[in-house]
Design a protein around this ligand. Sequence first.
Ligand code: PGA
Length: 250
Amino acid sequence: MKLIRTKNYEEMSRTAADKLINEVKSHPQAIIGLATGDTPVGTYEELIRDHNQYGTSYTQVYTVNLDEYIGLDQNDSNSYKSFMQTHLFHAIDLPENQAFLPNSMAADIEEACRQYDEKIRQLGGVDLQVLGIGQNGHIGFNEPGSSFAMTTHVVELTDNTRKANARFFKQLEDVPTHAITMGIKNILESRHVLLLASGHNKAEAVAKLLASKQPDEHFPASALYLHPRVTVIADEEALVLVNEQERRAF
Ligand code: PGA
């Protein structure tokens, strides 16, 4: 695991975007794993800026998102499909039929999970996977206790996660109770993982991740110790509980 320290959210976003842009430039048919949430928004803004200024093209890129809520139509403004449309897809030249999210409106959700794994396999696997981290250490919607052997599956969201996400909804009751998420196994199969963390509210999770060193299913992000190529990009606020000596160990 490699740690890149940045001053603030803006520098974290630029650093992450540079990695994505390099991937796409050196490998125009890259398969990129995308995440939603506040953390990657600045990264996506940087991708858009670069696309407009320097013309980095996504016409041959395929994207697969980590997760999607169950029970929200993809056109619902709170669906992750809408999130991606608003924050990235509308402003780059990625063809619509090359951007995938789990089909959470399928009549047969279990089958939709299998199809998503199959889609990732057919594409040849994910080259670069962007991740955020939950305050409880979740990655995607893999909550504490999730088996690291899981592929795409249905999860019941924890109260903490629903409360953390309620800010996007009118009221807590409107936050879906279930989602489809790629499993930890999918994440570990990607060729390179980029985990982004910014702000004081991620400090405990980041400190726990860097201290854990061992995979432990009670803390999902620790699965990344099973992966040979993980880059954590964290800003000063997210690293506030990690001392200099611990930082240097990465
Ligand atoms: P956030 O969510 O980027 O909105 O903090 C990250 C996550 O919960 O994985």
